[in-house]
Design a binder for this molecule. Structure first.
Ligand code: HEC
Length: 100
């Protein structure tokens, strides 16, 4: 199931939102971006609030995905850096659509 969600998340251009949520869950995003704030990471809802301005803007979503994957010296986050370009883009698009 994990593999299936990953393949769906990577391969499909119009990914159903449940697949993206599964991807976020499989990639352990919720470990830090949970419903309640933990370890200095914004909640998933807060991330979505910020990402809403990217909605429908493919170039901006791609750029945000690259930014997420880029190594940060201030906050090195291995899970962010390990994302494939396609997975990062899928997750940023999902966030921009409200992360439901
Ligand atoms: C180890 C904890 C941790 C995990 C796991 C994690 N994050 Fe984060 N994330 C953070 C922290 C901390 C920040 C805030 C970084 C900062 O303030 O610069 C952040 C910031 C972000 C941001 C905002 C980036 C920005 O430039 O403002 C996005 C989007 C994001 N995370 C998405 C994800 C996604 C998607 C996943 C799953 C693939 C994930 N995160 C997994 C800790 C984590």
């Amino acid at each position: 199931m994990k593999k299936l969600a990953l393949i769906l998340g990577l391969a499909m251009a119009a990914t159903p939102s449940w697949a993206s949520q599964q991807l976020a869950s499989d990639m352990a995003c919720y470990n830090c971006h949970s419903a309640t704030q933990r370890s200095g990471a914004p909640t998933m809802a807060r991330l979505a609030e910020h990402a809403v301005k990217l909605r429908g803007n493919d170039a901006a979503i791609k750029q945000a995905a690259e930014q997420l994957r880029a190594k940060s010296w201030l906050h090195p986050i291995a899970v962010h850096e390990r994302l494939s370009p396609a997975a990062a883009e899928t997750l940023m698009r999902w966030l921009s659509e409200g992360a439901h």
